[in-house]
Design a protein around this ligand. Structure first.
Ligand code: ADP
Length: 681
């Protein structure tokens, strides 16, 4: 159970904060991806370097093997007896046939003069100044062959590699050299075998001085060049160890490469260097493809994050604005607004509530609602809260007295259940309005109504008793007037007899009026249970009572056949129709016999009945007055009557829950309409 209003996690952040959060997320994503890609880059280069190192090792092995073959051959020649040139030349020719790439083998004496050669035309030449001679002569101890950089020889000027070995005489002194010239192809085919065909990839064989002895591909462009000053060769030299790998810019084609270099480390042989390399572009191609894909995915993710942030931001702004509006509305309105936790404590109270109770909103939160409600109203309020929590309505209303600063005030509350996102009821919200004035007014009004009812009953009682008791002395007056007439008429003169007539007439009229008044006071007083009455029967009974005047006047009556049944008092309804039809006959036009039409029409939930005539009619200014008691428009000489008939009609109609009114045009006729409730057609 929470006592503070719930807010979403995002709703707590300002829009800028959300953007910051998203930007941070994107930066983190990009950072992690960059780190991952960099690691991938390093791994790719490392794997390529290791593969190249293996290739370099294999190539170095092959070069070593090939050089061993040449060395063995040179050693065999060196050990052959040199005193007879003919057999030596032949021996040399047979031996060199083993290696087809050998152009010639020759022996140079200690002075540098070629003494024996498989190509006799070169015998006698002086090679004392040539590098293959001097280098072989000056070999460091333990080394016995020299591989020279490629040199052009012969008339075709083709490049050959001279491999030379020093000779010693019987005393172990330098006695010249034995050498072979190798065609480039000798090492070239070894380099070719390691080359994969990838564009930009290549293998190099370099002398310790940096002269390229072999290269694949395009040997013709590179063989013979010196690369001592840069590239993988120089880096390899600087590194000092026998095997190294590098990422570097090549001297030969200026491209970035991954290379592995390896020095041939057999003591007797020259430290030739094998270099194999692949272009960095080629090495990185698979990594690049993967990196592009990852970058695309990260890009899409970043766009999605920013897009969603934009949406969330807009939503948040709208949410905050709506929340502000809601708060403003709740805070500024005069109605009391509270929210209750399920254990009956206040979780929220608006300004109006706090003000009315003279406390701070913050002080009110956490208190029980019972502290604010009059003890006599605790039960009703608790019941309303229980009703709010009960299906299906989840709503309830209650009126209770609140202990406010201004004293006890009546408040009308409407409560509703508040649910969380999962649909569980978490709080009860109630809105209350101070109805103290209205309640006081309502109480005053019901007191007035009670008083009115009492006085009405007393009045009716009075009218009944008065009219009932008045008849007694009236009867006495009438009977004594009769006695006077019978006994003393002879004693009276003409005037006396006329006075006696007037007195009798007055007493008779008074009796009629008292009778009418009695009847008037009876309507609604005797509380008969209302019954279902057929209007056709009611009208038939009324016409029966009026048979004489109708016949005398020669009136024509029109009564519909399909009259409804009504809920009401049969006797009162007979009286109602009898009065109206009787008046229609009585107030007929002197020039025409009366035509009277009775009708009943279905109205909005009521029957509208009408009694219309073609009589003398009524001026509009009397439309209201004629329904008051004892109100007449004519003198007794013109038309008989007491002026109580229509007042009685109104009382009967109102007793049946309806109303009565007249429509008329003087000289043409009148139509009395009234409504009656209920019943079927
Ligand atoms: P009364 O008929 O005894 O005078 P009512 O209360 O019945 O008393 O009628 C009041 C007055 O309304 C009558 O005096 C008469 O002037 C007028 N009145 C009633 N019914 C009609 C009618 N059908 N046509 C013209 N005037 C009427």
């Amino acid at each position: 159970m929470t006592t503070t209003p719930k807010r979403s996690l995002l709703a707590g952040l300002p829009p800028l904060g959300i953007w910051g959060l998203s930007a941070g997320l994107v930066v983190l994503l990009v950072g992690l991806t960059a780190f991952q890609l960099h690691a991938g880059y390093l791994r790719t280069v490392r794997v390529a370097s290791a593969n190249l190192a293996d290739t370099a090792r294999v190539t170095e092995e092959q070069v070593r093997g090939s050089l061993r073959v040449v060395r063995l051959m040179l050693r065999a020649i060196a050990e052959a007896p040199r005193n007879e040139p003919g057999p030596l030349r032949r021996f040399m020719a047979t031996r060199t046939k083993i290696v087809p790439e050998i152009r010639q083998a020759f022996i140079v004496n200690a002075q540098g003069i070629v003494t024996v050669s498989t190509l006799p035309q070169v015998e006698g030449r002086d090679t004392g100044g040539r590098a293959f001679f001097t280098a072989a002569r000056d070999l460091p101890p333990g080394r016995d062959i020299h591989v020279n950089k490629p040199l052009p020889i012969g008339i075709d000027g083709a490049l050959v590699i001279m491999v030379s070995m020093p000779l010693t005489d019987a005393e172990g002194q330098f006695d010249g050299i034995v050498a072979v010239s190798l065609e480039l192809g000798y090492f070239q085919h070894l380099l070719q075998s390691v080359h994969t065909g990838e564009p930009g990839a290549g293998a190099l064989l370099v002398t310790p001085d940096g002269d390229i002895v072999g290269r694949d591909p395009e040997p013709e462009l590179y063989v013979g060049k010196n690369i001592a000053k840069g590239g993988a060769f120089a880096m390899h030299r600087e590194a000092g160890s026998a095997a190294n790998t590098f990422v570097h810019v090549t001297l030969t084609d200026g491209k970035e490469k991954v290379s592995a270099a390896r020095t041939l480390t057999e003591p007797a042989m020259p430290p030739l260097v094998v270099i194999v390399g692949r272009p960095l572009d080629g090495v990185l191609a698979p990594w690049r493809a993967e990196a592009m894909l990852v970058a695309a995915v990260v890009g899409v993710l970043a766009i999605a994050i920013f897009g969603l942030t934009g949406l969330a931001g807009r939503h948040l702004v709208a949410l905050t604005a709506s929340e502000e509006r809601y708060r403003g509305l709740i805070e500024t309105q005069n109605d009391l607004v509270v929210r209750l936790t399920l254990d009956e404590h206040l979780a929220f109270a608006n300004e109006a509530f706090a003000r009315a109770h003279g406390q701070d909103s913050s002080a009110i939160i956490g208190q029980s609602w019972r502290a604010f409600v009059h003890e006599d109203d605790h039960a009703a309020t608790a019941q309303a809260i229980t009703d709010v929590l009960r299906p299906p309505g989840f709503r309830a209303a209650v009126e209770n007295r609140m202990k406010m600063v201004a004293g006890l005030r009546w408040v009308s509350w409407e409560g509703a259940a508040i649910r969380d996102m999962a649909g569980r009821i978490v709080e009860v919200q109630a809105v209350g309005r101070d109805i103290t004035e209205w309640v006081e007014h309502r109480e005053r009004q019901s007191a007035l109504l009670r008083d009115l009812d009492t006085s009405n009953r007393e009045l009716e009682q009075f009218a009944y008793i008065a009219s009932h008791d008045l008849r007694e002395p009236l009867r006495m007056i009438t009977s004594y007037l009769g006695l006077l007439e019978r006994r003393y008429t002879a004693l009276l003169d003409e005037d006396g007899r006329q006075f006696l007539d007037f007195a009798r007439d007055g007493a008779k009229r008074m009796d009629l009026m008292v009778l009418d008044l009695l009847e008037f006071s009876r309507v609604g007083r005797v509380r008969d249970p209302l019954a279902t009455v057929a209007l056709a029967d009611v009208i038939a009974a009324a016409l029966d009572n009026l048979r004489m005047p109708i016949e005398e006047s020669g009136a024509t009556l029109s009564i519909p056949a399909d009259l409804p049944t009504i809920t009401g008092s049969g006797g009162e309804l007979v009286r109602l129709f009898q009065n109206l039809i009787g008046n229609a006959v009585k107030y007929r036009h002197p020039d025409r016999p009366p035509v009277i039409t009775v009708s009943a029409q279905r109205g909005d939930r009521v029957w509208v009945c009408a009694v219309a005539d073609n009589g003398i009619g009524i001026a509009p200014e009397y439309f209201e007055r004629i329904f008051d008691i004892f109100q007449r428009l004519h003198s007794r000489n013109e038309y008989e009557g007491t002026g109580i008939g229509l007042a009685l009609c109104r009382k009967i109609v109102e007793h049946h829950g309806g109303r009565i009114w007249v429509e008329s045009e003087p000289g043409k006729g009148s139509c009395f309409r009234f409504t009656l409730v209920g019943g079927a057609a």
